[in-house]
Ligand binder design. Sequence first.
Ligand code: HEC
Length: 170
Amino acid sequence: MRSYLTAVCIVTLFLSCSTREEGGFTVPPDYRSWGKPVKKLLDYPVPGHGPTFRVIYANKTAFTASVAKNQTGTARITMPDGSIIIKEIYKKKGDVNKKEPELTIMVKNLKSKLSLHGWFYYVKHPGKPITRIDGRLCIGCHEAANEPHPYFDKNAKGIFRDYLFTSYIK
Ligand code: HEC
């Protein structure tokens, strides 16, 4: 009985801690009404995201991003706090916009010390709870967005792009 009670206490403590946990995220149900930084369906294989079909959505805050220049005139993009970018990943082209896709998500949170250079990274598999990725898995590759890379505008000048391959500057 005592061990049962101890177990209940531990579970209760765990639940109350995890619900208050900093950096939690719920996928906004209307995210498909948001704007897209890239209009076309992404269908080329990409390292880290596999041979898949991908659609990227971003909230209004993300599209208020602007370019700043430092004293030496070097451009730098810093995404506004509260920016949310959701990338849908489909295995089959025919499932796009139909089946519930896998989601990879980046949420800008400048206040939290737990964020990775200001971003939280999440993965959500269909029917499963969302998982925050705190290790090097996501950021390790997204650091490459701050250097010249082969995607979209290619960041030829290698400016700081706040870990994003896509651009939110009008
Ligand atoms: C090996 C490299 C690599 C890894 C690892 C990776 N990504 Fe990406 N990610 C990319 C590339 C390249 C793009 C550009 C869009 C495309 O073609 O899919 C991208 C795009 C994105 C975008 C759209 C915003 C942007 O940067 O343009 C999000 C959101 C995203 N990834 C989330 C994640 C999350 C979350 C993880 C970890 C689970 C992750 N990524 C792991 C390479 C990677």
